[in-house]
Each structure stands twice: as structure tokens, then as C-alpha cells.
Design a protein around this ligand. Structure first.
Ligand SMILES: *[C@@H]1O[C@H](CO)[C@@H](O)[C@H](O)[C@H]1NC(C)=O
Ligand SMILES: *[C@@H]1O[C@H](CO)[C@@H](O)[C@H](O)[C@H]1NC(C)=O
Ligand SMILES: *[C@@H]1O[C@H](CO)[C@@H](O)[C@H](O)[C@H]1NC(C)=O
Length: 189
């Protein structure tokens, strides 16, 4: 396609890449917990949704976790490992109940969350994440647990590679909304 080689197109393409990278930087570090629109008791169809989700995330300092839920029905608490294991809701480390709760990751380590509503923890509404050297915080993810990418995972980029960006920023991650944005943008040409 000759038009794709025209200087005009190349300019637009470069511009789009810049926009994409910009967008990605703004959006990519905020993770919607479980990829769900609602933090809540897992459905019977997907009882381990939070554990499975956490397994494939590569979180780092600067990222944040977004918990969305109806504030009248739920809440988020950060708890210790012991409280997480025992579903002990007493004296949480952090309590959030505004329905749109952002947990900002500011240090490495293991973080444990559950619902502040009685009974929800027992129904597996709980999330355990690790940030940084995974094997240092969670033996279960150590050597032998092969599925977890513990170095730099490579994310697929639909529009070819973005060499400088992806190598300098291993966590460059394209969100669906970025794709949508890109698709719309392409459509306007
Ligand atoms: C729950 O946690 C609180 C605060 O850490 C502690 O005092 C209490 O003993 C715990 N309860 C149980 C049943 O473990
Ligand atoms: C995380 O950061 C956002 C934006 O800076 C802020 O609104 C929010 O309160 C922070 N969350 C916590 C738990 O401090
Ligand atoms: C990660 O932590 C483990 C256990 O503490 C340690 O043996 C290993 O050297 C660490 N790896 C890196 C890359 O820091």
C-alpha cells in the first residue's frame, strides 16, 4: 500500500505512537483489580478470580490498584498476612469505602486485601499481591512456579514493536482503551 509509505502517513504514524506512549504512561499503571468492574464476592463461575488475576500481574512501585464497588455494599481493607489467612477484619492496616478506591503501591513487598464486610473474605473476596522480587515474598511463586514472569515480560504490541519504549519500560502495557483510542484514531485518517 503505497499510501502507507507517504511522508504524511509516516508523520501521523509517529504522532500516533507518541500519543499511544503518552496514553499508556497515563493509564498503564492503574490496574482494575481482577479486571472486574466490581470488587465483590467471586461468582461461582469464577471463584478464584482474584488469585488467578494476581498470578499474572507484574506490579511495581508507582502502579496502583483500583477497586470499584457500590460503596453501600462493600469496602476494601488492607490487612496483614495473618489476618488475610484467618479472615480477621479487626484493626486493618487501611480501610477504604468510597466505592472507587485506589491503592497506590509505594514500596515492594506483599500486600493483602479483603472486603471489610463480614463474611466476604470467607467467600474468597480477597487479594494477595507481591511487588518486586516475588520469590523473596512468596515461596509459592519461587522456582518451580513457572507461569509467573519474574523478569521483564514482553507484552504483545499489535502495531509492531516500539523498540525504545518497550525496552526502557518493560511494563509498558496496552490497555483495551488504548487500543480503542488507536483504532478510532486510525479510523479518522
Ligand atoms: C484479629 O486481629 C486482632 C488485631 O490484630 C487481634 O487482636 C485478634 O486477636 C485477632 N483475632 C483472631 C481470632 O485471631
Ligand atoms: C492514591 O493516589 C490517589 C491519587 O493521587 C489518591 O486520590 C488516593 O487517595 C491515594 N490512595 C490512598 C489509599 O492513599
Ligand atoms: C530474590 O529473593 C530471593 C530470596 O530472598 C533471593 O535469593 C534472590 O537472590 C533475590 N533475587 C533478586 C534478583 O534480587
Amino acid at each position: 500500500m503505497a499510501t502507507y509509505r507517504s511522508p504524511r502517513f509516516q508523520f501521523l504514524y509517529a504522532f500516533q505512537l507518541l500519543m499511544l506512549i503518552h496514553q499508556t504512561k497515563v493509564l498503564c499503571y492503574q490496574y482494575k483489580v481482577g479486571d472486574l468492574d466490581a470488587w465483590g464476592i467471586p461468582t461461582s463461575a469464577n471463584p478464584n478470580v482474584y488469585a488467578n488475576w494476581a498470578k499474572y500481574q507484574s506490579l511495581k512501585i508507582g502502579d496502583s490498584l483500583l477497586f470499584l464497588y457500590p460503596p453501600s455494599q462493600d469496602s476494601v481493607i488492607q490487612v496483614t498476612m495473618q489476618s488475610y489467612n484467618n479472615c480477621n477484619l479487626t484493626d486493618p492496616i487501611l480501610y477504604m469505602n468510597n466505592g472507587n478506591s485506589l491503592f497506590n503501591i509505594t514500596s515492594e513487598g506483599a500486600f493483602y486485601f479483603t472486603s471489610g464486610v463480614e463474611g466476604h473474605c470467607e467467600k474468597k473476596q480477597k487479594l494477595h499481591i507481591t511487588v518486586g522480587n516475588v520469590s523473596a515474598y512468596s515461596p509459592a511463586y519461587g522456582p518451580g512456579a513457572s507461569s509467573l514472569p519474574d523478569t521483564s515480560p514482553s507484552y504483545p504490541t499489535v502495531f509492531g514493536s516500539i523498540p525504545s519504549a518497550s525496552s526502557s519500560s518493560p511494563l509498558l502495557k496496552l490497555s483495551p482503551s488504548t487500543f480503542l483510542f488507536f483504532a478510532l484514531f486510525i479510523g479518522t485518517i
